[in-house]
Design a protein around this ligand. Structure first.
Ligand SMILES: NC(=O)c1ccc[n+]([C@@H]2O[C@H](COP(=O)([O-])OP(=O)(O)OC[C@H]3O[C@@H](n4cnc5c(N)ncnc54)[C@H](OP(=O)(O)O)[C@@H]3O)[C@@H](O)[C@H]2O)c1
Length: 339
C-alpha cells in the first residue's frame, strides 16, 4: 500500500480511504465490520465517517470494528448534520461542535479523532467561530488535525487566514466530490490546494456507482443498485444521460485494458497528483476487492486524453446540471496536466 502525506502535515495516509456512509444502512453491521477489517488487513490506514451517517449508527459500527485496532488507522469524522431537534441540534456553532465531538468520541469508542472536518458550510455561523472551536479541540487533545468538506476554495482560504492571523490550528485537507463525470474542483479548489499545500480527499470517486458501467444509455436501472434502492442523492444528481454515455465509452476501453470500468475510474482519480486519497464506498467485499485493484498501475496518457475528450478538464456531464459550487471557470488542474 502506498502512503502519502496529508497535505503539508506529517501524517501519512493510504491512497485509498475507506468510506463508511452506507455502513449501517445498505450494509449490515457484520458485513460492514468485515469490510473494515479486510481493508485494515490490506494496509488501508484511512477511514472516513461522519456523525450524520445513519444518525450516528455508522460511527458506532466503526467504533466496534476498531476495537483493538484503533492505533492502526487514521480516523476521520465530520460534523454539521442535524443530530437532535431544536435550533442548535446541527450546524457549525461552537455549541454544537463541542456537544457533537463528545458524542462522536463515545460512538467511536476513542479518546481522540485524527481528522475532524466541517462537513458542509453553515452560512448562519461565522467561520471564525467554527475554526476556533476546532482549534480548541486540538489544544484539548480530542482532535489531531482539522479539515473542511464541500466548501468553496474561497472559504477554505478564509479559514486558513483566520488560523494564521489568530494563531489557531489550521486546515490540512479538504474532502470533495471528484470523478470522471464531475471535474468541477479542477477549476478552483485543486489549484488553490496545490498552492497552499492542502491535502485532497476525493469522495464518490465512482460518481456513486455511475462510473462502474452498471448504468448504461437506454438500459433499465439494474436491480440491487444504489439507484434501484431509491437513494436520493444518486437519483437527484448523477442519473445524467451524458454520464451513462461516458460510462459506455469507458466500458469499451475497459475490455482492451483488461480492467473494470470502476478500476479505470478510480485509477483516473488517483492519477491526479493533487489527490491525496480516493474515498471509496464499497457495498460488498467483492466490490472492495475490485476497488483495490485500481492501485499499483497507471492509465496511459492516450487514455487520459480520451477521457479529456469525453469530459473536458474542469467540466461535468449534463448541460442542464447545475454545479453545486457554482464555480467560475479559470485555471484547471487535471490528471492529464499533473502527470
Ligand atoms: N463529504 C461528503 O459530503 C461526502 C459525500 C458522499 C460520500 N462521502 C464519503 O465518500 C465515501 C464514498 O462515497 P460513494 O459511496 O458515493 O463512492 P463511490 O465509489 O462513488 O460509489 C460507491 C458505490 O458504487 C457501487 N460500486 C462500487 N464498486 C463497485 C464495483 N466494483 N462494481 C459495481 N458497483 C460498485 C456501489 O453501489 P451499488 O449499491 O450500486 O452496488 C457502491 O456503494 C462515502 O462512504 C463517504 O465516506 C463524503
Amino acid at each position: 500500500m502506498d502512503f502519502t502525506n496529508l497535505g503539508k502535515a506529517g501524517l501519512k495516509v493510504s491512497k485509498l480511504c475507506l468510506g463508511t456512509m452506507i455502513f449501517g444502512s445498505t450494509v449490515n453491521e457484520t458485513e460492514s465490520i468485515s469490510i473494515i477489517h479486510r481493508a485494515i488487513d490490506d494496509g488501508i490506514n484511512f477511514i472516513d465517517t461522519a456523525n450524520g451517517y445513519n444518525n450516528g449508527l455508522t460511527e458506532r459500527i466503526v467504533g466496534k470494528a476498531l476495537e483493538g485496532r484503533r492505533n492502526q488507522v487514521v480516523l476521520a469524522t465530520k460534523v454539521n448534520a442535524a443530530m437532535s431537534p431544536g435550533p442548535n441540534g446541527g450546524g457549525l456553532s461552537r455549541y454544537h461542535i463541542f456537544n457533537e465531538v463528545e458524542n462522536s468520541l463515545k460512538r467511536l469508542q476513542t479518546d481522540h479523532i485524527d481528522l475532524y472536518m466541517l462537513h458542509r458550510p453553515d452560512p448562519s455561523t461565522p467561520l471564525e467561530e467554527s475554526i476556533r472551536a476546532l482549534s480548541d479541540l486540538v489544544t484539548q487533545g480530542k482532535v489531531r488535525y482539522i479539515g473542511m468538506s464541500n466548501h468553496p476554495a474561497w472559504q477554505v482560504c478564509s479559514a486558513i487566514w483566520i488560523s494564521e492571523l489568530k494563531n489557531l490550528a489550521t486546515v490540512v485537507c479538504v474532502q470533495d466530490m471528484y470523478n470522471i463525470v464531475n471535474r468541477d474542483i479542477e477549476v478552483d479548489l485543486l489549484p488553490f490546494c496545490q498552492s497552499y499545500g492542502i491535502g485532497v480527499m476525493a469522495y464518490s470517486p465512482l460518481a456513486r456507482g455511475i462510473m462502474t458501467g452498471k448504468y448504461l444509455p437506454n438500459q433499465p436501472i439494474p436491480e440491487d443498485s444504489r439507484a434501484a434502492r431509491g437513494d436520493q442523492r444518486i437519483l437527484e444528481s448523477e442519473m445524467r444521460e451524458d454520464s451513462f454515455n461516458v460510462a459506455k465509452e469507458i466500458l469499451e476501453i475497459s475490455s482492451t485494458l483488461g480492467r473494470s470500468v470502476s478500476q479505470i475510474a478510480l485509477n483516473w482519480v488517483l492519477r491526479n497528483s493533487l489527490i491525496t486519497s480516493a474515498v471509496i464506498g464499497p457495498r460488498t467485499i467483492q466490490q472492495y476487492e475490485d476497488n483495490l485493484e485500481s492501485l499499483d498501475w497507471e492509465l496511459d496518457l492516450n487514455v487520459l486524453d480520451k477521457i479529456d475528450s469525453l469530459v473536458p478538464p474542469g467540466e461535468h456531464t449534463g448541460s442542464g446540471y447545475n454545479d453545486p459550487l457554482n464555480t467560475v471557470k479559470g485555471r484547471v488542474i487535471s490528471p492529464s496536466s499533473t502527470t
